[in-house]
Design a protein around this ligand. Structure first.
Ligand code: ADE
Ligand code: ZN
Length: 326
C-alpha cells in the first residue's frame, strides 16, 4: 500500500496549528526548569497521562496551564522552531500559525516578546528549512471584546509581522457576534480574517462567522453538515474549512475516526483541508492526521491530491507563491 508514502511525501499547507498546542511535554519541563516555574506534574509521563479529554474545555484547561512556562522571546522561538522542523519533515511548504497572545500578556509577558520570538522562528524557517511561515493572532473568545481591542492595540506596532486574526478558545456560549466590532476594525486594517466555528458549536455560529465577522476561512466547521443551506453556501463561495481529525477524535466531537465526516465534506464539493490543531496534545502532527484518517475512513489518492490542492488554494500566501505550490 503506497498511500501512506504519498500522504507523507506530497507538499501541503498547514492552515490550522496553534503554536502553544505544539509544546511537547519534554519542552514544557525544560522551560519550567529554565524559568523556575513549577508545574503540578511529577514528570513527562504523568503529564502525558493527563491528556485524556472529554470535550474542548477539558483540553483548554490543561493547554493554558502548559503555556504558563513560556516567558522569554527565546522560549517562543524554541517552541516555534521545534514545530517548524516537524512541519518541514512532513513536507509542509506553507504554515499559517495561530498564537494566543492574551494567554501570555495576562501573565505579564509583553506582546513584543511573544511576536519577536515567533517571528524570528518563521524567518529562519524560510531561510534554513524552505518553509514559508506566517503568523495569525487569535483573540480568546471567552474574554471580552474590550480585551480583544486592547490586544489589537498592543499588536499595532507589529502588524507587519502578522497576516491576520482569528478567534479561538471556548466556543459554545461565545458566538462570533460578540466580536463583530473588533473584526470590522481588523478588516479595515487589511488583515486576513478567520474564526473557529462549528467545532462543538452549531451551524448558526458558522453563518455568523461568515456574515457578521466576514471571515475568509472557517476553522473546523465540521458541524456544518447539519445545515444543507450552509453546505451550499460554503461550496458556492469556496470557503475553506480547516479540519483537524485527530483533534475532533480526542475532544470527542466524533466517537472515532471512522465516523469523521471529512469524506462527506469533500463529496459536497467543499474546500476542506487536513490540519493538526494542537499536535502535542492530540497524538500527531499533520502527516499523522492524514495517515490515520485515511486508514480509518478509506479515503484514497484522489482525495489526497484534492486535500493538498485545497490547502494551497485556502492559504493566504501571495498569488505567485500559491501558483508555484499548486
Ligand atoms: N485553542 C487551541 N485549540 C483549540 C481548539 N481546537 N478549539 C478552540 N480553541 C483552541
Ligand atoms: Zn484550533
Amino acid at each position: 500500500d503506497r498511500l501512506p508514502a504519498l500522504l507523507a511525501a506530497m507538499p501541503k499547507a498547514e492552515l490550522h496549528i496553534h503554536i502553544e498546542g505544539s509544546l511537547e511535554p519534554e519542552l514544557i519541563f525544560a522551560l519550567s526548569q529554565r524559568n523556575g516555574i513549577a508545574i503540578p506534574y511529577a514528570g513527562v509521563e504523568e503529564l502525558r497521562r493527563a491528556y485524556a479529554f472529554t470535550n474542548l474545555q477539558s483540553f483548554l484547561d490543561i493547554y493554558y496551564a502548559g503555556a504558563s512556562v513560556l516567558i522569554t522571546a527565546q522560549d517562543f522561538y524554541d517552541m516555534a522552531w521545534a514545530y517548524l522542523r516537524k512541519a518541514a519533515a512532513d513536507n509542509v511548504a506553507r504554515a499559517e500559525i495561530f498564537f494566543d497572545p492574551q494567554t501570555h500578556t495576562a501573565r505579564g509577558v509583553d506582546m513584543a516578546t511573544v511576536i519577536d520570538g515567533l517571528h524570528r522562528a518563521c524567518a529562519d524557517a524560510q531561510k534554513q528549512l524552505g518553509v514559508s511561515a506566517a503568523l495569525i493572532l487569535c483573540f480568546l473568545r471567552h474574554l471580552s471584546e474590550e480585551d480583544a481591542f486592547q490586544t489589537l492595540e498592543q499588536a499595532q506596532p507589529f502588524l507587519d509581522k502578522i497576516i491576520g486574526v482569528g478567534l479561538d478558545s471556548s466556543e459554545v456560549g461565545h458566538p462570533p457576534e460578540k466580536f463583530a466590532r473588533v473584526f470590522a476594525r481588523c478588516r479595515a486594517l487589511g488583515l486576513h480574517l478567520v474564526a473557529h466555528a462549528g467545532e462543538e458549536g452549531p451551524p448558526a455560529y458558522v453563518w455568523s462567522a461568515l456574515d457578521v465577522l466576514k471571515v475568509e476561512r472557517i476553522d473546523h466547521g465540521v458541524q456544518s453538515v447539519r445545515d444543507a443551506a450552509l453546505m451550499q453556501r460554503l461550496a458556492r463561495d469556496r470557503i475553506p474549512l480547516t479540519v483537524c481529525p485527530l483533534s475532533n477524535q480526542k475532544l470527542c466531537v466524533f466517537p472515532d475516526l471512522q465516523h469523521h465526516n471529512l469524506g462527506r465534506l469533500l463529496e459536497a464539493g467543499l474546500v476542506a483541508t487536513v490540519n493538526s490543531d494542537d499536535p502535542a496534545y492530540f497524538g500527531g502532527y499533520i502527516n499523522e492526521n492524514f495517515t490515520q484518517t485515511f486508514a480509518a475512513t478509506g479515503l484514497g489518492a484522489t482525495q489526497a491530491y484534492q486535500l493538498a490542492r485545497n490547502s494551497f488554494e485556502g492559504s493566504f500566501g501571495d498569488a505567485t507563491q500559491k501558483q508555484q505550490l499548486i
